[in-house]
Design a protein around this ligand. Structure first.
Ligand SMILES: Cc1ncc(COP(=O)(O)O)c(C=O)c1O
Length: 409
């Protein structure tokens, strides 16, 4: 396998040339990634030339509709799903909220939904609210020491009354990959559907909903180098069955059933730029031909190898430092994403983050809306420090981060 050409990668991102961000080491990518020129150019062009009611017969209105259609046509390759199985909403939190309302119609009073305490609240709270409408919520709990889920525990929760299992592909704090295909098998054997939050997984690995065999899969494009759009796959036949949440006269259009409001036109158009960026990486590295999803998978092989190399020294450092790590201590990219959350022994998370900021390094602290996980692990209100990288981060940046951590820990 060729190595990722990191200079080429960074050349795609104007942030690395801007006076404010060029010298800044961005290690809070799990909160939102930088955006390549492929995305910015579409957004910029849309706002200049086509910021009108889209889908008119000519001129800017025609161009706007065509630009949006391009986003709607290209993004499904990131899931390996049909273009009528994709809903583009404002965020993953709002997508789960809408999906929960839509799925309620398929459940009877007394049915059960499984949620974890490892997930971001986006994939817990909306489902838990179904308890206000006669649904029982079963909690799939983490190991309080490690923050990890065990599939054996899920098996014990599943009954013929379980209608839905909701789980993260990789938590935004524990970052450890959950075995989604195996979970899907268990859920389906019990007659339940599976809804997966891929927000913290999608920036690091490619997704194939057919192989995963999940019914719902969601991720946020602003964390995968794109605009602020929540992308949600719902299996086509399921989309037809659940209660329409859009305008009644649009109910036959699968892509509108879970988008109650009009979409953000410019950002739907700019979502195409994410796939254009993956394509640019594919072409530059001369990767093998394949289906659109296979091409993206080949790109993510390169991203993953780069992330694994860059993550290892930081994981190795933290594994012997005076910190409590959340999730697996593994350096294997197949086991964990390079989102590393820890509780420092000798300093507050806020102090650590403040110190790194003085060294030009951006990391975050708190619970990152995974409050139930932080509470389950008995971590106090100050939360964790989170260092999160993606493929454009360099070994030198991580070296500087380790140096700065060593000064404060
Ligand atoms: C794992 C995870 N799931 C869901 C969300 C919510 O995504 P959004 O901001 O698009 O609602 C986040 C946001 O940080 C997240 O990290």
């Amino acid at each position: 396998m060729v190595d990722l050409d990191i200079d080429f990668v960074r050349a795609q991102f104007p942030a690395f040339r801007h006076p404010l961000s060029a010298e800044w080491i961005h290690l809070e990518n799990a909160g939102g990634s930088y955006v390549p020129a492929q995305v910015i150019d579409i957004l910029h062009e849309f706002y200049i030339s086509s910021k009108v009611q889209p889908y008119g017969p000519a001129g800017p209105a025609k161009a706007a509709g065509e630009a949006m259609d391009r986003g709607i046509e290209l993004v499904p390759a990131t899931f390996n799903c049909g273009s009528d199985e994709l809903s583009l909403g404002p965020s993953t939190s709002q997508n789960t909220y809408v999906a929960a309302n839509a799925l309620r119609a398929l459940m009877n009073n007394g049915d059960h939904v499984v949620v974890t305490d490892q997930d971001h609240e986006a994939n817990i709270g909306a489902w838990r609210r179904l308890s206000e409408t006669g649904i029982f919520i079963d909690e799939w709990k983490v190991d309080p020491e490690t923050g990890l889920l065990s599939v054996d525990d899920l098996e014990e929760l599943l009954t013929e009354r379980t209608k839905l299992v909701c789980v993260t592909h990789a938590s935004n704090l524990a970052a450890t990959v959950n075995p989604i295909a195996a979970i899907a098998k268990l859920a389906h054997a019990a007659g339940a559907l599976l809804a997966v939050d891929g927000v913290s997984y999608a920036p690091h690995s490619s997704i194939d909903v057919k192989t995963l065999d999940c019914d719902i899969y969601m991720y946020s494009m602003y964390k995968t180098f794109g605009p602020h759009v929540g992308a949600m796959f719902v299996r086509g036949e399921l989309l037809d069955q659940l209660a329409n949440q859009g305008h009644y006269f649009n109910s036959a259009d699968r892509t509108k059933r879970l988008t109650p409001a009009g979409p953000n036109h410019a950002e739907v158009a700019a979502a195409a730029g994410v796939v254009d960026y993956y394509d640019a990486i594919h072409t530059h590295h001369g990767l093998a031909a394949g289906s659109p999803n296979e091409r993206i998978a080949a790109v993510f092989e390169l991203f993953g190898a780069q992330e694994a190399t860059v993550m290892a020294p930081l994981m190795n450092y933290l594994n012997q430092a005076d910190v409590r790590l959340v999730g697996s201590p593994s350096v294997d990219h197949n086991v964990r994403a390079p989102t590393i959350a820890f509780v420092p022994d000798g300093a507050t998370p806020e102090t650590v983050v403040g110190h790194l900021a003085t060294r030009g390094i951006g990391v975050g602290h708190g619970d990152f809306y995974a409050k139930r996980l932080v509470d389950a692990m008995g971590i106090g209100a100050a939360g964790v420090v989170r260092v999160s990288m993606v493929h454009y981060n360099t070994a030198t940046e991580i070296e500087r981060c380790i140096e700065a951590l060593a000064e404060v820990l």
